[in-house]
Design a protein around this ligand. Structure first.
Ligand SMILES: [Zn+2]
Length: 433
């Protein structure tokens, strides 16, 4: 790769004490603005007897400012008939865009933003795209869908040329043809697209088609070990996963692939005891709590994300000083089956261990968190599955050994199961029926 490694070295390599000083400054500016303009924060902080003038440091902030969560915003929205949940800190006419989340965990959330040349989400990703190797003049494929904004302006801000091709589900054959013709350096793939490409790879040389691609990014659903190996080894493409930084932005893997980088000039991240209010000890799994440092329109302040993560503030092998996180799951993912806790990771691992189901396509079916029976839908590869009953029995035995409970399995082809997803962005691991 040519040229310098960092897009904004003065920020990406900032010493930790400077990161902290920056965060403190931003938070002390943020609090009075939120209190003056957001009815949600004013009501909440009044109820807790705290005013911005009481906060003079990050320590005060951690000690005095109350947590918020999705339900509190929804409750305010319903009670006051305010579609922004009382979060908006600027007049509506100043907003540049309003986008929404995919709504897989409930009603979609709205993101109100004010911006100049390009939307903030993709602007903050330019450092990550640079790390992948995208450079001015490179071509990039426009990603599927426009939720959380059209990304094209951000790519253009980097000097890249955007290629638009239909990459909606079912169209990956023509998408591959467009890649072959346009020779892009970068593309973003969603989980469902990877599954479709895997099918295509049986009849189409993806390694040849993707030979211009410096890297792909994947988000929305963690890739299984096998899928990751397939993209890297069989298609010959470097893959960078990214994930949500608690709805304040995104967190990407660098080339070291050792955790997701949080850009701490844009987010103040805390790792909090999921069942309490204190910060967990360094290196322990806790709930990611985030404060937006770069959203003047509707900032999240001490937002409990329900994401269970481990956080490290050690400098990464890439030299960047910003914190990294490793995602352990979501709060509430754990299912109690006849009194025994079962986590998704155990099911995933078991499913991946068998060649016919190594795609890791599965869904847990549950009406509520506590159930009597562990019901799992599993997707198999029909090309290498000889005996469904035998596969069912083998998977059931392996799952019982790992979880201690007897599962009821429903087998579908991977394709059938993927088709039940209502969003191209996310394949839900837990469904109600
Ligand atoms: Zn790194």
């Amino acid at each position: 790769m040519s040229g310098r490694r960092y897009f904004e070295p003065e920020v990406e390599l900032m010493p930790r004490r400077e990161i902290q000083a920056h965060q403190e400054r931003r938070i002390l500016e943020l609090l009075p603005r939120a209190y003056e303009n957001s009815p949600f924060y004013r009501e909440l902080w009044d109820a807790h007897g705290v005013r911005p003038r009481d906060i003079g440091s990050l320590d005060d902030f951690r000690a005095r400012i109350p947590f918020i969560d999705k339900d509190m915003i929804r409750e305010f929205r319903a009670r006051r008939g305010d579609s922004f949940g009382g979060m908006l800190c600027v007049p509506r006419e100043q907003l540049t865009s309003i986008t929404s989340s995919s709504g897989t965990t409930g009603d979609p959330e709205f993101f109100a933003e004010v911006w100049g040349d390009a939307p903030p989400l993709v602007t903050a990703q330019l450092r990550d795209l640079w790390e992948i190797g995208v450079r001015p003049g490179d071509r990039v494929m426009s990603p599927v869908g426009t939720f959380r904004n059209l990304m094209d302006m951000g790519y253009q801000a980097l000097g890249a040329v955007v290629v638009t091709a239909d990459c909606w589900l079912g169209n990956m054959a023509s998408f591959v043809e467009a890649v072959r013709r346009c020779r892009p350096a970068y593309m973003q793939l969603m989980y469902a697209q990877v599954v479709e490409l895997e099918r295509l790879s049986e009849t189409c040389d993806l390694k040849e088609a993707f030979s211009s691609v410096k890297g792909v990014s994947c988000a929305g659903q963690p890739l299984s070990r096998r899928m990751r190996a397939m993209i890297t080894d069989e298609w010959g493409v470097q893959v960078h996963e990214y994930t949500s930084a608690a709805d304040t932005g995104t967190a990407w893997e660098c080339r070291e692939r050792d955790g997701f980088h949080l850009w701490e000039d844009t987010v103040f991240a805390e790792c909090v005891d999921p069942d309490g209010n204190g910060e967990v000890r360094a290196g322990h799994v806790g709930e990611l709590v985030a404060t937006d440092l770069d959203n003047a329109a509707a900032p999240l302040i001490r937002y409990r994300s329900e994401d269970l993560v481990r956080v490290s503030k050690e400098t990464c092998g890439c030299g960047r000083t910003h914190a990294r996180m490793w995602v352990a799951g979501r709060r509430g993912d754990e299912t109690i089956v006849g009194g025994r806790p079962v986590v998704l990771r155990d099911i995933w691992q078991t499913v991946e261990d068998h060649p016919e189901t190594s795609g890791g396509v599965f869904q847990l079916v549950r009406g509520q968190r506590e159930v009597e029976t562990l019901r799992v839908r599993v997707g198999y590869d029909p090309a290498i599955t000889a005996d469904l009953a035998e596969l069912n029995a083998r998977l059931a035995t392996a799952l019982r050994e790992r979880t201690g409970v007897d599962p009821v399995l429903e087998l579908y082809t991977e394709e059938e199961l993927m088709r039940t997803a209502r969003s191209v962005a996310k394949f839900p691991r837990v469904v109600k029926d």
